[in-house]
Design a protein around this ligand. Structure first.
Ligand code: FB9
Length: 497
């Protein structure tokens, strides 16, 4: 609230006149900065319709610094005239004077002085008249005193061209009485309290208008990491597509569920130390559905279900090894086995978004862990066309509409496809995920009925997050070097825009 003294003075002045008052005049009369009066006007306006304030601008002439000097000491030409003695003055000496250059040409054009070039020592300047009328100084003095009625606009603009005068635009408020005008300022209440309501005193109070433009109070609270914001968006996409989230709360997994159940052979390179993190304690799991384990062992070592298998000596010790899961497809395997055990098959749509761990070479976009996003659909008679269709539907919700599919290989899906999207910014096709149809050697040992096929796809959470938030190095997104201010400042995520 502005100084109430200024507010009261403004109100009393408005009351005292028929029309209104100008904020600049008030500021001048109170010897305060104009902004002080503007602040008082804003405060009065916030109290309701006490005053009306119409912004206006007026122009007036002001002397420049050089103009003030001219008004005080005379024009340059007058100062040059005054510097020339009876016996004349060498032009070279005259030009050394501060007003020399400007004053000389003006005095010559006014025919106040003349140059005699017949002297041996060089040109000499002489007066041509006894005295002069310094009209420039006279006009500036009149303008300075505010009595310049007979100085016309043309003459003022001439002075402006000589940088002796400048035209100043002044914005001010014309303040008049409002519909609720009063010289008494009643303090406005900022909030309606229970006491006011119970006592009824609110009836005699005036309340500040509600400011719907006010920003909310910045909450000093936690902030969601961009990865979590993007995860929420992906979760929303899956949910609106009718998918159910899988329970992924086990980072530790047995090799059996992570690899063997997916028909990934025990000698596959992805299963050794340099690609997978093995646990030392507890090093092994032993609790598996025995009948299912036997079927897995058989399909690996001898084949079955129409497959010749891998024909190797499958060892339970390999399957028992505990690891950090390398993909969330291990969770999909558990869920599909559980689905097969429920007796009557029912079509399902599952998804998962959670951390997976790979003992890989680190670089600017790859760490030893990332969040995998996975979608799974199980139903009778699903085909590769259904997979392509649901991929188009899913990626369209990310704003990705141009997809291409490239044949690929995964141990647990056949056929498999890498998914590519055309990146308008990079002007090239970029890989946005992988997909495929789970193999019968994976599904049939679980007990999934003949005729049911399961399509699935996966992508990472970090890649789209880095793209959406313009982060080039993954260490700026996750890890101990993350700038927490980035987390605080990261905006809400909208994947479809
Ligand atoms: O996410 C990936 N790229 C991507 C995804 C979205 C995106 O969004 C743009 C803003 C709009 C941009 C890019 N990729 C998969 C492709 C590459 O980044 C790749 O270099 C890295 N891949 C990870 C694995 O790397 C070791 C991404 C990760 C990945 C790859 C495959 C799967 C999951 C994650 C899978 C699978 C799968 C296949 C069949 C059945 C079930 C699951």
């Amino acid at each position: 609230m502005a100084d109430t003294g200024v507010l009261e003075i403004i109100l009393k002045r408005i009351e005292a006149v028929d029309g209104g008052v100008d904020s600049q005049d008030v500021a001048t009369s109170l010897s305060v900065d104009h902004q002080v009066v503007v602040g008082a006007v804003k405060s009065l306006q916030s109290l309701g319709d006490i005053i009306l304030a119409e912004q206006r601008s007026s122009k007036h002439w002001e002397l420049t610094g050089e103009g003030q000097e001219t008004a005080e000491k005379g024009s340059h030409e007058a100062r040059v005239f005054g510097a020339i003695p009876e016996e004349g003055l060498a032009q070279s000496e005259l030009m050394k004077l501060p007003s020399g250059k400007v004053g000389f040409s003006k005095a010559m054009s006014n025919k106040w002085i003349r140059v005699d070039k017949g002297h041996e020592a060089g040109p000499k300047v002489f007066r041509m008249v006894e005295k002069i009328d310094d009209s420039v100084q006279g006009k500036l003095v009149q303008i300075q005193k505010g009595i310049a009625a007979d100085v016309d606009e043309k003459e003022k603009n001439e002075l402006k061209k000589r940088k002796l005068l400048t035209e100043v635009t002044v914005k001010s408020y014309w303040i008049t009485k409002g519909p609720s005008f009063s010289t008494i300022i009643t303090k406005q209440e900022a909030e309606l309290t229970p006491e006011m309501i119970t006592s009824g005193s609110w009836k005699q109070r005036s309340f500040k208008p509600y400011n719907f433009e006010a920003l909310g109070v910045a909450l000093d609270c936690g902030h969601l990491h961009p990865l979590m914001k993007v995860r929420t968006q992906f979760r929303q996409i899956f949910l609106e597509m009718g998918f159910t989230e899988m329970p992924t709360n086990n980072f530790i997994e047995s090799s059996f569920w992570n690899f063997d159940s997916l028909f990934q052979p025990q000698q596959h390179p992805a299963r050794d130390q340099h690609d997978t993190f093995f646990l030392s304690d507890p090093a092994v799991s032993r609790d598996f559905p025995q009948d299912y384990l036997e079927r897995v062992k058989k399909v690996h070592s001898e084949g079955g279900f129409g497959s010749q298998g891998y024909k190797y000596d499958w060892k339970i010790e390999e399957a028992q090894k505990n690891i950090l899961r390398t993909h969330t497809t291990a969770v999909s395997a558990r869920m599909l086995y559980k689905l097969a055990q429920q007796g009557k098959f029912t079509p399902v749509k599952y998804f998962s978004i959670d951390r997976v761990f790979r003992n890989e070479t680190l670089d600017a976009t790859h760490l030893a862990e990332f969040h995998q996003i996975e979608g799974v659909v199980a139903d009778y008679g699903l085909t590769l066309g259904d997979l392509m269709g649901i991929l188009h539907q899913f990626f369209t919700k990310l704003g990705i509409t141009k997809l291409r599919f490239k044949p690929a290989f995964n141990p647990y899906t056949e056929p498999s496809m890498e998914i590519f999207s055309y990146h308008e910014g990079l002007k090239k096709w970029v890989e946005v995920g992988n997909s495929g149809v789970f193999r019968p050697e994976m599904l049939l040992p679980m007990g999934i009925p003949e005729g049911v096929s399961v399509i699935a796809w996966g992508l990472s959470l970090e890649r789209p997050t880095m793209i959406k938030y313009g982060i080039n190095n993954i260490r700026e997104l996750v890890g101990h070097k993350v700038n927490l201010q980035m987390v605080y400042d990261s905006p809400i995520c909208r994947l479809d825009s």
